[in-house]
Design a binder for this molecule. Structure first.
Ligand code: DX5
Ligand code: ZN
Length: 223
């Protein structure tokens, strides 16, 4: 089992004190900062956009892992690059010309990620794995923090891991939604190497300890 990177999702932080929250998770050992961008169309919620990424860029040196849950990601790629995003992830469900979108992200000197909803087949990744830096598997239906992990996603993570091994690329395999210290071992065993966690980290009384437990779960917990 590889030691995963931990990417706390600021969706569960106090938005009135975001700079403090980011600096706290950075001190607690976070590897990346996960920023959830929602448009009220692709997902039933609204969050933040490029100005927030620009503001966060000034308060942390950690990579900003920006997860776009928006209908028209192509229109915003240059703006997110300018704002300082390091990794830009789009949903396959929103990209009819996925290859073009991925190239556009790379042209802006960002790492390119592709995400899929729980009900979207992993076969949608088949012809893009060699081009992306990251695959983001949603383990809840996107839109909100604090939801319950969908167990059937574990099999999907395993399958995608196998597809990655057989592909010409070596993207990160990131999992997002409902991750807690209780299911992290199963998620890692399935093949994930980047874990996004919002409520489990920001709702914890000891963030360093929670991050440490996520990085090296002591025992397998069956969920
Ligand atoms: C959900 C977001 C997630 C969310 C995770 O649409 O993409 O990043 O913040 O939150 P938790 O860890 O609480 O499920
Ligand atoms: Zn996310």
């Amino acid at each position: 089992m590889t030691t995963p990177l931990i990417a706390p999702s600021i969706l569960s932080a106090d938005f009135a004190r975001l700079a403090d929250a980011v600096q706290q998770v950075e001190a607690a050992g976070a590897d990346w900062i996960h920023v959830d961008v929602m448009d009220g169309h692709f997902v039933p919620n609204l969050t933040v956009g490029p100005p927030m990424v620009e503001a966060l860029r000034k308060v942390t040196a950690l990579p900003l892992d920006v997860h776009l849950m928006i209908t028209n990601p192509d229109e915003f790629i240059p703006e997110f690059a300018k704002a300082g995003a390091d990794i830009l992830t789009v949903h396959v469900e929103t990209c009819p010309h996925l290859h073009r979108t991925i190239q556009a992200i790379k042209e802006q000197k960002m790492k390119a990620g592709v995400s899929l909803n729980p009900s979207t087949s992993c076969t949608t990744l088949e012809h893009i794995l060699g081009d992306v830096d990251l695959v983001l598997v949603m383990s809840v239906n996107p839109g909100f923090g604090g939801q319950r992990f969908i167990n059937s996603t574990l099999e999907k993570i395993r399958r995608i891991q196998t597809m990655i091994t057989a592909s010409t690329g070596s993207p990160h395999l990131e999992v997002d939604g409902g991750i807690t210290i209780h299911n992290v071992a199963s998620v890692l065993q399935a093949g994930a190497n980047v874990l996004v966690a919002g409520s489990a980290i920001f709702g914890s009384s000891n963030m360093s300890d929670t991050i440490r437990q996520m990085r090296s779960p002591g025992q397998t917990v069956i969920i």
